[in-house]
Design a protein around this ligand. Structure first.
Ligand code: ADP
Ligand code: MG
Length: 460
């Protein structure tokens, strides 16, 4: 076996490590790959070791191909990578995947206090601070209901989904706050809230320290289990399996489950079918993209709570310009307020422009007319050339009008400008399109939903 003192091997190993880190990202790298140790080269077989059987199997299954591919790129003579277990003590000073200074992830010492079931809750995320509007009223009502009467028929599990920054975590914390606050006439409720990522870490740690039974028992003893950002479990088969069993055990025992994700259960491809099916069995509530009205109300509420006076004009400006999500909206407001405090100046439209210059630019840049046309054509399955063509058949003309309408809504281009992008049409044609689509949206709910969907995918 080629020795580890072999400089070539050690250098190649360092490069493979660097590529792995770049490929999987720091979190996964630290969790899984850092503990891979190179043993040596045995003919055309490269031998690596891991401290436990579980880790060996996991890393082999999840990362085996990647590690092999990177090794082959370094050294064509390597045909395969063999994963073995080696107890830590026997691993000697072999170069491990860990950077020299970093401590390896180890199981918590036996004497350490067991971790609480729940991750800390953000004190700002309560029902009182959640602003309700059309896009989130259904999700809000479901969350309220679960907080009032956990495990009611039809609401278990509660599955909240929606894009980034639309309030999923906020609602989950709100439920957890509400339930964990003692209330007269109700038995205390034990709640465990954690991200899916945290769930995975805790599960893995339990496996490592051979305390899975404690882990299982702890989770199965709560009244309400909440797992945030479930999409994180995609591709993490073992953790999914564990979650599935916990889920079933709790539901069977009449306990409440609340889950959030960025997509609906049916769209979460990569989750096991039986898990997706069960997730969709209770109440599924969608947090829709924000509207101008909701954004305005959120800003108003936040400004009021922060005790600052912001002119309606400024709020309106922000609500119109920052449409991506509530997190960004809040960030923009915070920046304005900080700026105003710092310079002791009133918040005017001019200051807003100035302070948020970069944010606004990013937003303006975001959507181009070409992008809108492309997306609309994909949606209606017509050729992009039809956007500029003279054809007036309804199946072509209507999508073209939708694209013009969206161009008016989502960009700051003028009507003549928009017209130019559509085969040099006149600004009155664009105006007519905008009016026609506005009218259709008001009359036809299915059509309105279609346009809203297009708008939402463009804004994200
Ligand atoms: P998600 O988990 O869906 O990505 P969050 O719940 O973390 O989003 O929300 C992002 C930020 O926006 C948080 O600061 C949250 O308080 C705020 N936010 C989202 N929706 C609302 C709302 N309806 N009312 C008040 N604040 C909101
Ligand atoms: Mg979240």
């Amino acid at each position: 076996m080629a020795s580890l003192g072999d400089n070539h091997l050690a250098e190649a190993w360092a490069r493979v490590r660097a590529r792995l880190l770049a490929e999987v990202g720091e979190v996964e790298y630290r969790t899984w790959l850092k503990q891979v140790t190179l043993s040596g080269l045995n003919g055309d077989e490269l031998v690596v070791t891991l401290p436990t059987r579980f880790l060996r199997d996991w890393v082999n299954k999840e990362y085996g191909e990647l590690i092999t591919a990177f090794w082959q790129a370094e050294n064509g003579a390597v045909r395969r990578v063999e994963f073995r277990t080696a107890p830590a003590a026997a691993r000697g000073n072999a170069p491990s995947l860990a950077e020299p200074a970093a401590a390896p992830l180890t199981a918590p010492p036996a004497a350490a206090k067991p971790e609480g079931s729940s991750a800390p809750l953000d004190p700002r995320f309560t029902f009182e601070t959640f602003v309700v509007g059309k896009p989130n009223e259904f999700a809000y009502a479901c969350a309220r209901r679960v907080a009032e009467a956990p495990a009611s028929a039809g609401f278990n599990p509660l599955f909240l989904y929606g894009g980034v920054g639309l309030g999923k975590t906020h609602l989950m914390h709100a439920i957890a706050w509400e339930l964990s606050t003692k209330q007269p006439g109700r038995a205390p409720v034990s709640v465990a809230y954690m991200s899916a990522e945290k769930f995975m870490y805790r599960f893995i740690n339990a496996l490592r320290s051979q305390s899975t039974l404690e882990f299982k028992n702890e989770l199965r003893s709560v009244d309400v289990l909440m797992i945030d950002d479930l999409q994180f479990l995609i591709g993490k088969d073992n953790t999914q399996e564990e979650f599935f069993h916990t889920f079933n055990a709790l539901v069977d025992a009449g306990k409440q489950i609340v889950v959030s994700a960025d997509k609906s259960p049916s769209d979460l491809s990569g989750l096991e079918d039986r898990l997706r099916t069960r997730l969709g069995c209770g109440m599924v509530a969608d947090l829709h993209a924000t509207t101008f009205e909701l954004r305005y109300s959120i800003l108003e509420a936040k400004a009021q709570r922060a005790g600052v006076d912001v002119a309606p004009k400024v709020l309106e400006f922000l609500a119109r310009k920052i449409t991506s999500n509530n997190r960004e909206l809040e960030g923009a407001l915070n920046r304005l307020v900080a700026h105003a405090n710092l310079f002791n100046r009133p918040l005017t439209l001019e200051t807003a422009h100035e302070v948020l210059h970069d944010v606004l630019k990013a937003h303006d840049r975001k959507i181009s007319i070409q992008e809108i046309q492309k997306r609309v054509c994909e949606h209606y399955n017509i050729r992009i050339a039809e956007m500029s063509s003279a054809r007036r058949a309804r199946n072509i003309a209507r999508p073209r009008q939708v694209a013009m309408y969206l161009a008016k809504q989502l960009t700051s281009k003028s009507l003549p400008d928009i017209g130019r992008h559509f085969g040099d049409r006149d600004h009155t044609t664009v105006m007519h399109a905008v009016n026609r689509i506005t009218q259709l949206i008001a009359e036809d709910a299915a059509f309105a939903e279609d346009v809203e969907l297009l708008k939402r995918t463009l804004e994200n």
